[in-house]
Design a protein around this ligand. Structure first.
Ligand code: F6R
Length: 260
C-alpha cells in the first residue's frame, strides 16, 4: 500500500486524478469505479480539468457506482444514480448509458445484486476504483464486520452512517436504512484502488485501515490485501498514523519513473 500525505484537498484531488487517468489510459478496456460522498469531489473536479484540457476522454468509459440506497424512488435527487449523473457523468462528459449503480428500487434486490456483479464482469472488471472512507472504516457501504470476501449485496446502514449522511437529506426525508453495495471482495477485484480522506474525523479510520490489523471490524483494512492500493490523505486525516514520517520520506524519494 502506498500512503501519500498532502497539505490540502486540492493537491489530493490532483494526484488522485492523475493516478486514475494513468490507469484508464493504459487499460485495454478502461472501466471507472465511482464513489459518492464529499471526499472524492476534489478528484472529480481535477478529472474535469483533464477532460476539458483534452488530456482525458471518458465518453466511452463505463462507470460503476460503489453503492446505492434501497427504497428511494428512481430519480430521487439523493439516490446515488442521480448524484453521479449530476456530479460526475455530466461534468466529465461520460455516457449516461454506460454508467450504472446497483438497482436499489428493484423488486428483487438479490437478483439486482447478481446482475450488478455480472455487469461489472461483462465490462471486463473495474480498472481503477475511487474510494472514500467512513468514520467507522466502511468503504462502499461495507459496514464493520462485513465479510472480507463479500460481493454486491444488501446491507443495513449503521446509525452512525445514517447520521453522517443526514446532511444530504435536508428536507427532512429519512436517510434510508438499507443499501446495496459492492462487497469488499468486489472492490478488491478492481485493478487499482485509490482511497482519499480529508479531515480529523477520518483519522482513526485511516489509521486502522493502513496500520491496524486486517479485520472486518475496520472494513477498509481490506485494502492491505490489494497489490495496488494508494491512500491519499491530508495532514488531519493522517494525524494518527504512526509511520507518517516514513510515508512522507517514501513519497519525497520516489524515483521519477514511479511518478505519475
Ligand atoms: C459512497 C461511499 C462511502 C463514502 C464514505 C465517506 O459511495 O462509498 O463509503 O465514501 O461514507 O463519505 P464522505 O466522503 O462523504 O465523508
Amino acid at each position: 500500500m502506498e500512503v501519500v500525505i498532502l497539505p490540502h484537498a486540492e493537491a489530493i484531488g490532483a494526484l488522485a486524478a492523475r493516478l486514475v487517468a494513468a490507469e484508464l489510459r493504459r487499460a485495454e478496456r478502461p472501466v471507472l469505479g465511482l464513489a459518492t460522498g464529499s471526499s472524492p469531489l476534489v478528484i472529480y473536479a481535477a478529472l474535469r480539468r483533464l477532460v476539458e484540457a483534452g488530456d482525458l476522454a471518458l465518453a466511452g468509459v463505463p462507470g460503476f457506482a460503489l453503492d446505492e440506497y434501497v427504497g428511494l424512488p428512481a430519480g430521487h435527487p439523493e439516490s446515488y444514480a442521480e448524484v453521479l449523473r449530476r456530479e460526475v457523468v455530466e461534468p466529465l462528459c461520460m455516457d449516461p448509458a454506460l454508467v450504472r449503480a446497483p438497482d436499489g428500487a428493484a423488486a428483487d434486490l438479490e437478483v439486482a445484486c447478481e446482475a450488478y456483479e455480472q455487469a461489472i464482469a461483462e465490462a471486463g472488471g473495474i480498472t481503477v476504483q475511487i474510494l472514500g472512507i467512513g468514520e467507522n472504516g466502511h468503504i462502499g457501504f461495507n459496514e464493520p464486520t462485513s465479510s472480507l470476501a463479500s460481493r454486491t449485496r444488501i446491507k443495513t446502514l449503521t446509525a452512525a452512517t445514517r447520521a453522517a449522511n443526514a446532511r444530504f437529506f435536508p428536507d427532512g426525508d429519512a436517510v434510508p436504512t438499507h443499501c446495496l453495495t459492492q462487497g469488499l471482495g468486489t472492490i478488491l477485484d478492481a485493478g487499482a484502488l485509490v482511497l482519499v480522506a480529508q479531515g480529523e474525523r477520518k483519522a482513526e479510520a485511516v489509521r486502522q485501515a493502513v496500520e491496524g490489523p486486517l479485520s472486518s471490524r475496520w472494513p477498509a483494512s481490506a485494502l492491505q490485501l490489494h497489490r495496488r492500493a494508494t491512500v491519499i490523505v491530508d495532514e488531519a486525516a493522517a494525524g494518527r498514523l504512526e509511520l507518517a514520517d516514513y510515508y512522507r520520506e517514501t513519497f519525497a524519494a520516489k524515483p521519477d519513473w514511479q511518478r505519475v
